[in-house]
Design a protein around this ligand. Structure first.
Ligand SMILES: C[S@@+](CC[C@H](N)C(=O)[O-])C[C@H]1O[C@@H](n2cnc3c(N)ncnc32)[C@H](O)[C@@H]1O
Length: 232
């Protein structure tokens, strides 16, 4: 299936992923070799997983989806697991996508399976996100890491400042709105500057989030932000 048909097929799966971001996921999987594995942290109802799964099928790869299906207003808890499984089955991807239910931070210390591409979209606090980056120990040298809500979530952005701007393991490549791409490589000064150059966009997102918390959606609309969700 080509990208446009796959994107159309996820239109009724609730989630947080723009078309541009879906294209970034699709392209990253298309760069993999047959037999490769993608590991996704944070799958929710499967909007991104279906994109990854169809792209993986195209290249002969597979996807491991890790989600704890946490309770709460946004994520919906145990019934979300049923939605996820229904959506994967409806997409015909049960032979491509393996679901691992659990908290990423609890699973990581005992994990011993290699993979070739890491997509991080789980819990967005600093501690969980920086722990999720440690799953990259299972990537090959130069492996790619995709991070959603980068430069939009405060926790993810603080983690990126600590581990990418001031760290020595990850090089920032580019982003589609809040979906950033990193690779496992020591960054140079110019790479670090490119991370710093994203911070004004982050400041704008924090401003919108403050407006939304103050229930000033109309004012957020004046600044080009529409809808109830934080910018992503
Ligand atoms: C933002 S949603 C993921 C959205 C999804 N990628 C999409 O495209 O629709 C975050 C997901 O991460 C899961 N989650 C939150 N904390 C987690 C953790 N520590 N480990 C694994 N999953 C977690 C939630 O249950 C939720 O389904």
């Amino acid at each position: 299936m080509d990208f446009d048909h796959v994107w159309e097929s996820v239109s009724d799966i609730p989630g947080w992923l723009t078309e541009g971001q879906a294209r970034t996921l699709w392209a990253a999987v298309q760069r993999l070799e047959p037999g490769a594995t993608v590991l996704e942290i944070g799958s929710h109802q499967g909007r991104s997983t279906v994109i990854l799964g169809h792209a993986a099928r195209e290249v002969g790869a597979t996807v491991i989806a890790v989600d704890a299906f946490v309770d709460g207003r946004l994520f919906g808890g145990a019934s979300t697991k049923d939605r996820f499984e229904e959506n994967i089955a409806k997409a015909g991807l049960t032979d491509v996508v393996e679901l691992v239910v659990g908290y990423s931070t609890k699973l990581r210390p005992g994990w011993d399976r290699a993979f070739d591409l890491l997509y991080v979209d789980g819990k967005h606090d600093y501690w969980t996100y920086t722990d999720d980056l440690r799953w990259s120990a299972h990537l090959p040298p130069d492996g790619e890491i995709l991070v959603h809500d980068c430069f939009s979530s405060i926790g993810v952005t603080l983690g990126t400042i600590a581990k990418v701007l001031f760290g020595s393991r990850f090089t920032y490549l580019d982003r589609s709105r809040s979906l950033a791409r990193f690779k496992l490589a020591k960054p140079g000064a110019a790479d670090r500057l490119r991370v710093a150059a994203q911070l004004p966009w982050f400041a704008g997102n924090v401003f919108i989030k403050v407006l939304l918390r103050l229930r000033l959606r109309v004012v957020a609309g004046w600044f080009g932000h529409h809808g109830p969700y934080d910018p992503f």
